[in-house]
Write a protein that binds this ligand. Structure first.
Ligand code: ATP
Ligand code: MG
Length: 429
């Protein structure tokens, strides 16, 4: 490797020893006879000091560095209580690995506010900022701990197709693609496939999945390409078994993040105080009562953004389930309970982060439901076949990763939570 140490690895044991560090030149100051640079690596920053009279050639090369150039620097690690970390590298040898063009399209350390589009246009530079990196470290932790919980509970990690001939399963618009001359679609969720897997005997599956949705949203909570934790589980008694997994997975991941990621949480100024389990349940009928006090809302209406905001103002808890939705508010595969669906949404500070349900497993009932909703069963033949030769009762949920992070980290825009966001206007970088 090009470095002997990361900034974070150096301590008193290394003083007076020769070390090699590597990273980005965040800042450089030339005082004439002496010059200082701040070098940034994955874990932190360190000072490099160059002295002109020691090596004029080297000094010249050092002070010619542009900000954000990538270098490898070798020298003695010297104690200096006045600088960051309490030590500096006294420069002896340097290799310029990549000289950065100047001026930079945006700064990394400047306090000047750049607009969000400029940040996204220059995302690789934007991601050099500590607070932006921290989001993705927490994202990684969330996925790791959610998976850890699901693995403990016997879920099998699977990957289902993202290109399919089966058209939209719900009201969502899908991206149409040309598949060797045939029409195909990018999946809007793994819904149909994870249900099909319930007919195999795997019993419990999870997928860290891509969703592609061709909706022309222009909101701070919708992406056209997003990721989710999807689960499906068989032999459930009701949707309550699925809700238990959703809340326990959230609680487990949050607790582990609080234990392991305090550095990132501090950087982002978040101290999430989550309620203990079980999370509150609010029936759709109660939601109607609450909303009708302050807005026009009919039983059967969809709970949209305005409704979610108003509801959260009237509920003390920051995270809660809405349960017992009207059947017509949920997709065809949701299991009915009279005029209700055995379905739930998980709301986090007034925004849906997950939807789930017990599904219909009975072939005839499924056909009947699709006919009632005038869905062309021809488009779903392979899906329906999975229900003909032995399908156990089952249910599951889709849980938006960016949605969770946005709420957990109090971020204003969902685009902060995905590396290279895709929205109606943005297809690059
Ligand atoms: P909403 O009504 O909030 O647009 P939805 O009900 O259409 O969401 P579902 O089909 O229930 O979404 O998808 C399951 C989960 O996936 C959602 O609860 C959400 O967390 C996430 N999700 C869905 N669509 C998007 C999107 N366009 N951008 C980001 N996350 C999404
Ligand atoms: Mg939903």
């Amino acid at each position: 490797m090009l470095r002997s140490h990361y900034s974070s690895e150096i301590g008193e044991k290394d003083y007076e020893k020769n070390i090699t560090i590597a990273g980005w030149v965040e800042d450089i100051r030339n005082l004439g006879g002496i010059a200082f640079a701040v070098l940034r690596d994955k874990y932190g920053r360190m000072q490099i000091t160059a002295i002109k009279k020691n090596d004029e050639q080297l000094f010249k090369k050092f002070v010619s560095l542009t900000r954000e150039s990538v270098i490898m620097a070798e020298g003695k690690c010297q104690k200096n209580e006045k600088v960051i970390n309490g030590w500096e590298l006294l420069l002896d040898k340097m290799e310029i690995l990549s000289m950065a063009a100047a001026p930079l399209p945006m700064g990394v350390v400047d306090k000047v506010n750049v607009d969000f589009d400029t940040r996204l246009d220059n995302r690789v530079i934007d991601l050099r900022k500590d607070e932006n990196k921290a989001i993705f470290e927490i994202r990684d932790a969330f996925i790791k701990y959610a998976s850890e919980y699901l693995e403990k509970k016997g879920f099998l990690n699977v990957h289902t197709p993202k290109i399919t001939a089966m058209s939209s399963e719900g009201g969502t618009e899908v991206f149409k693609i040309n598949y060797f001359g045939k029409i195909a679609y990018l999946v809007q969720s793994p819904q149909l496939y994870k249900q099909m897997l319930m007919a195999t005997g795997f019993d419990r599956v999870y997928e860290i999945a891509w969703y592609f949705r061709a909706e022309e949203h222009d909101t701070t909570r919708h992406l056209n390409e997003s990721t989710a934790v999807d689960i499906e589980m068989a032999f459930i008694d009701s949707e309550k078994d699925v809700m238990k997994i959703a809340e326990e997975m959230t609680d487990y991941a949050v607790e582990r993040i609080l234990d392991e990621n305090s550095k990132q949480l501090d950087l982002l100024h978040v101290s999430p105080d989550m309620p203990s389990l079980p999370y509150k349940r609010i029936r759709y009928d109660e939601v109607v009562e609450i909303l009708q006090k302050e807005m026009d809302f009919k039983w059967g209406d969809d709970i949209g953004t305005d409704e979610e905001n108003l509801l959260s103002k009237n509920v003390d808890e920051k995270i809660y389930f809405i349960v017992d939705f009207p059947l017509e508010a949920k997709p065809f595969y949701a299991m009915p309970r009279g005029k209700y669906a055995r379905a739930f949404d998980l709301e986090f500070n007034g925004m849906e982060i997950s939807s789930g349900a017990q599904r219909i497993h009975d072939y005839k009932m499924l056909l009947k439901r699709m006919e009632e909703l005038e869905i062309n069963t021809k488009n779903f033949e392979e899906y329906l076949n999975a229900f003909r030769y032995g399908m156990p009762p089952h249910g599951g949920f889709g849980y938006g990763i960016e949605r969770f992070l946005m709420r957990f980290l109090n971020l204003k825009n969902i685009r902060e939570c995905i590396l290279f966001p895709r929205d109606r206007k943005r297809l690059v970088p």
